[in-house]
Design a protein around this ligand. Sequence first.
Ligand code: GLU
Length: 499
Amino acid sequence: MEPRPNPTKVRTRFAPSPTGSLHIGGARTALFAWAFARHHGGCFVLRVEDTDLERSTPEATRAILDGMAWLGLEADEGPYFQSKRGERYRDVIASMLRAGTAYPCYASGGELDALREAQRREGLKPRYDGRWRPEQAAGRRAPEGVAPTVRFRNPDTGVVTWDDMVKGRISIANAELDDLVIARSDGSPTYNFCVVVDDLDMQISHVIRGDDHVNNTPRQINILRALGGVEPVYGHLPMIHGPDGQKLSKRHGAVSVTEYHTLGYLPDAVVNYLARLGWSHGDEEIFSREAFVAWFDGSCLAHSPAQLDFDKLRWVNQHYLRLAGADDLLVDLEARLKTRGLLLQSLHSHAVRGALELFRDRVATLEELCDWFVCLLRDPALEDESVRQGLARALVPQTAATADHFVRKLDAIIASESPESTVAGSEASWNAAVAGQILKEALAAHGARMPWLAVPLRLWCFGRAQTPAVEEMLALLAPSVVAQRVRAGLAGLQAPAAG
Ligand code: GLU
């Protein structure tokens, strides 16, 4: 059987159920459906499958829409909401009842449980036995006061076959499928039914979705055919697994797109990374959205599950961080610092630019970049275990006198500056060269070696034993702040060791 795409135009859809935030697997599905539509100059539809009123929430819908917007996956149509299409579903069910492709079923829950139990005892696969199919129910009266469900009358014989974009030809015998409930006894339509009506009404030509839906596909194709529809081409994407090859779950780390934002990944990096999860174009690893769209024709899709690899994501992110404009990075940084109660503006503007250039090549995420700025903006916690251990390793007998010498030199610089200056004020009197110079003078005066002073200074001023060149770092702070932090460190040397 040849796939018979809707002849008009390529139309794909992303159809999330709003029961949680946008999952990374869902985002990948959305990306592929979006790129395929873009590749063909088609239309990408967003449809919110919110028929499960108990599990769907407006917050989840918002989170999904926000996640899509953050990734830059703009829909050409929608969002449509299934919850607003109830009338249409009811009309279709009524027309199917009239056409005989569906029928009312009066079997009670208890009756069906008993049926399943009996089948199980006989070693049979539990399935509805068609007891209310019109020909079997002929002459039987509908029980009083029982609201029926509506069942689709599945074909008895033959096979449903489709050529899956990802998995190749799949055939399922109709004998394997039973008569699906399409409307519950309260009249509400069921999931598989709504999907079919929507795919039909929205003229979807290609259904690209997770392979957890493969089992639904033959049922959906049968209903679609009963409605006189032309079935779309289906493509079922293998799951995304965690780095250990297991089903992706919270314990693997970030699973929702929002978390990737929080962790400091750039949307372009996430899109680039996701594109390579289950799809390839030769050896290409880093490519723009435009290149992806140009290449993504539905071929080269992987048959087996993709595995999340956070190291690789970090590597891709690093690439995009290098490309990012300084102003964009600063806008992001400002927001991140604000959530930590800090103001970027507390640093002098030339220190901000200098810090950005110094740190951006050393980090893999925006959050790590933010961490470096926090080192500048907040006095380090000298009582932290890592600082104490670092100091224990770095301190030598000459450190205190050398640091004292250094801080006195700083005092002279501070005295020459305006008394209110708490930020790195004049670049002329305080910069990396000046800091380097007074460091050298202090070392020379005490016959000390650079690490004996540089490592304690790093720990006292930034809380880290490893930083970019210490004079570059110190120059980012106002000299008065450096002096105050070094003095606090020196005071700690005199205090009796805690604990
Ligand atoms: N709403 C389904 C889900 O979130 C997707 C249905 C489909 O793509 O057909 O898993």
